[in-house]
Every structure is written in structure tokens, then in C-alpha cells.
Design a protein around this ligand. Sequence first.
Ligand SMILES: [Zn+2]
Length: 345
Amino acid sequence: MIFDGHNDLLTRLWLSSAEDPVHDFIHGSLPGHLDLKRCRQVGWTGGLFSIFLPPYAYLQKNYPEKLLDPSSSDFSAQQIIDICCAQLVFAQQLHVRSEGQIQICTSAQQIKTCQQNQQLAIVLHLEGAEVLECDPDVLDVFYEQGLRSIGPLWNRKSLFGDGLNASFPHSPDTGAGLTVQGKALVRKCAEKNMLIDVSHMNERAFWDTLALIDQPIVATHSNAHALCPQARNLTDQQLQGIQESQGMVGVNFDVAFLRRDGQRNTQTSLDIIIDHLDYLIEHLGEDHVGFGSDFDGSLLPDDLSDVSQMPALIERMQQRHFSDQLIEKISSKNWINVLSRILKS
Ligand SMILES: [Zn+2]
């Protein structure tokens, strides 16, 4: 069984030009890394599903039909709210239209129940908090609808802090930390027993977050900076901070976060993923490492081109002498444990 720290399916559903992508996900096949059939085949039982505002320039270039006025230079506040609400609605449609096969979970116990019943478990995650800049009440509304995880910052600068937009190679120290509003947001989300994701934080915001909250610190989809000096990856000092909080890191399968040369080259051996797992286990302990695939938002190695290839990775872990018990922890147990310590049941 696999539970996965990060994917961008909801954003892909929103971007899709298919007539009914929700139907295709549940009943047919959907181009991309995930659909229900392939998830079932390999025992991928769910994970954190991101609600994400893609960069404006990216939409202008690749999906102009998604913008009200592609000639303008940025989103309107209403557009940002609409885009995030549309992705939340996709999650709800997946639940409603799957006749119970897909559930939105708000506790570790609900995820375990889904795993027992062979249902797909969605834990809703907000990646970047620009929508809360437009209307702070969205947090409470989304929480009511099941949101239980937030990455307060993404790569761009916002009201809540500087982004993490750096060339390769680069240290994660790319600017100022959390703003006053960013700190208030982190505190508020921690009080609501939400997971606070530090994956897209620069180093100062990371340490600001550690100083603010008592709960386990989680990087849902980041790797080891010592093996791939990408600003999004974690230095040994950051790993120590996560370890002291009894937190968790999910290994990202994107080649640019894995490879020592940072190249976007899909001819990348699965061994590099194992190397990151090994390194993180050495620094965090075997109870604090999992997967954070970034499916549907990443450039994957050729041998792990979608979720159906997960058995190849597990097999490689076995060949590299990971015990069955350790594979179980990395594949699912560690995530369920950390979520059971953060989320209210
Ligand atoms: Zn991300």
C-alpha cells in the first residue's frame, strides 16, 4: 500500500481540455500520471492532493483559454478565488461521482479506513496561499470542506513571504522569511491542527516556521540538498530541524530535484531516488521518510513514468536491501503516523 505526500491531480483536472475529466479519472483513463484504475492496480491508496494557482505567464503561454483576459498581466482577485474553488469542486466531484470509491479524509483514522476498504483517500492541501490574500475567509470555508494541509508559500513572492525562485545550483537561502501576515497564517493553521508544509519555503521562512509551531515539521515533496543542490531541497541543518520536531520528508520524483547536475533529463536511474531515501533515513531515521511523488506536476524518470510504475521502484528498494518492514514505513505507515499526530481525529 502506498500513501503519497504530494500530487497535482486537481490542478491537472482544472487544466484538462477533456469534456469530463472527472469521469475519465474514475471510469476510464486520463492522460497523465494518475487515474483510479492505475492507482488501484498498484495499491496507491491516496495522498495529499494539491489545490494550486499556476503561474500567470505559464497559463498565458500554454492555457490561454483558462484566462478571462489573456492580454492582461496578472490574475484578478476574483479569478484566483475561482481557480482555487474550481479545484476544490473537482475533489468533491471525485468523491460524489465515484460512489464511495474516493473519499475526502480529514483524519489519519479515515485514511486507514479507506485503505482497508480499498477506497482512494484524498487529503486536501493548499499549495501557496495567494487565495487567502484575496479573501482570508477562504481558509475557514476550505477547512469546512476538508482542507487539512497548507504550504503558506510557493515560488513567487506573496503577502506571506518571499518566494523560492532560484537558479541551479543554489542554497535555500533566497530571501526574507515569513512576513507578519505569514507568521499569523502559520499560527492560525497550526491552531486548526493543519499540516504546515515547508517544501516551498526558503531557508529563513523554514526557520521562522520551526520557531513558531510545536507540531512535526513536514516537507511533503523535497529532497536532500547534499545530493542535489536545488534551492527546493533540504540542507543537513534543515533535516536536523525536521528530525528534532519528529517531522517528515516525502521524496520528490522530479528529476530536477533528484539529479546531482539538476538537469531536466528523464534518463535518470531509479537508484537516485533510493540514494535520496538512504540519505534522508540516515539523517531523519526510518520513521520520518516517505514518498512525495509530485505526480501530475513533475518530470519523472523514464523508468517511473506514471503511478503504474511504482512496483519498479519498490522492487529496486528491495534489491538495494530495504527490508519489507522499512518499505511499508516509507510507502505509507510513516505518513499515516505523522498525520495522526497533526490532524484532529
Ligand atoms: Zn510543489
